[in-house]
Design a protein around this ligand. Structure first.
Ligand code: PHE
Length: 341
């Protein structure tokens, strides 16, 4: 009787399917656990005739081993093959959702291009604070006390301290460099500037400039022209021409406004250049000796040139962007057009 039970249970153990954790648990409870059917058979040994007990005991032990081995083996297999449940219910035949590629902001891109071009001819990059004092923004740069640029109309003054303001140009950084370094100086100062202007398609109260400064012995106006000619050809293309119009800045003498041939119509005349074939990109000039002296540089020994341009202006010309406000709105339809550039 007991032998038959052992035989039947052996068959059951062998036939039991363990495909998942629930079945594994059921197998364990049914056969292997202390309250399972194998343990129950062990309890019956005492009812068997003494001369058969040894054999029954051996067969039962075999059955117990068989069940335990099957349990261990399946448990290990299930643990190894158990794929995380997060994948359950996913349809791998669906087409993939493309990764959304970000784009660098067009202004950051232009800024970087400009820096690269000037780095190639030995300019380093200098930065300075956006909150400035009157000295670095105006006085050191030879602005007379009554100069209209100091007017409340243009400059954001910081109300708690009337001597402090938001810089209206990055010439401030050049003053700081000249105060702390000895010539030769070749530096490019890109940065954010502020002017109290109504926001429109062509003007903003916050924009970006880069200014260049070169100070050494015997620096001439020709060096300025050559440098800017090199720059505009690198940035806008080899067929770009440059033109200097006489102008005035308190900190340079002589001063000039810089135009380049319109790269849209190549100088023929279009609506971007308003038919003239030329577009203005910034100002430049030879650093006024007063400015050198204000910054502790001997104007008898050294001379230099400076130039300044708007990063927004150049970006608008390069990509034919018609509204300055697009740069700060962060509309993804605008920004996405610069993806992968
Ligand atoms: N600082 C001037 C401005 O902001 C630009 C400029 C820089 C002009 C250097 C001449 C020389 O308008």
């Amino acid at each position: 009787m007991l032998f038959e039970n052992i035989k039947r249970l052996t068959q059951e153990v062998e036939a039991f399917e363990i495909e998942n954790k629930e079945q594994l648990e059921a197998f364990k409870n049914t056969f292997v656990s202390r309250k399972g059917s194998i343990a129950a058979l062990f309890d019956e040994i005492k009812t068997v005739a003494p001369e058969l007990r040894k054999q029954v005991g051996q067969e039962l032990n075999q059955l117990k081993q068989l069940a335990q081995q099957k349990l261990d083996a399946r448990q290990e297999e299930l643990e190894q093959s158990s794929t995380p449940d997060v994948l359950a219910g996913l349809d791998f035949t669906l087409p993939p959702v493309p990764n959304a590629l970000g784009a660098r902001h067009p202004l950051a891109r232009t800024r970087e291009q400009i820096i690269r071009i000037f780095e190639r001819i030995g300019f380093n990059v200098s930065e300075g604070p956006e909150m400035e004092d009157d000295w670095h923004n105006f006085s050191a740069l030879n602005f007379p006390d009554n100069h209209p640029a100091r007017d409340m109309q243009d400059t954001f003054f910081l109300s708690k301290n009337p001597d402090m303001l938001l810089r209206t140009h990055t010439s401030t950084v050049q003053v700081r460099v000249m105060e702390h370094q000895k010539p030769p100086i070749r530096t490019l100062s890109p940065g954010r500037v502020f002017r109290n202007e109504a926001i429109s398609a062509r003007a903003h109260c916050m924009f970006h400039q880069f200014e260049g400064l070169y100070i050494d012995r015997n620096v001439s106006f020709k060096d300025l022209k050559d440098t800017l000619y090199y720059f505009v050809q690198e940035l806008f293309g080899q067929d770009t021409k440059i033109r200097f119009r006489p102008s005035f800045f308190p900190f340079t003498e002589p001063s000039a406004e810089i135009d380049i041939t319109c790269h849209i119509c190549k100088g023929k005349g279009c609506n971007i250049c308003k038919g003239s074939g030329w577009v203005e990109i910034g100002g430049a000039g030879m650093v006024d000796p007063n400015v050198l002296e204000n910054c502790g540089i001997d104007s008898q020994e050294f001379s230099g040139f400076a130039f300044g341009m708007g990063i927004e202006r150049i970006t608008m010309l390069k990509y034919q962007i018609k509204d300055l406000r697009l740069f700060t709105e962060n509309d993804v339809r605008f920004l996405r057009q610069f993806t992968g550039m």
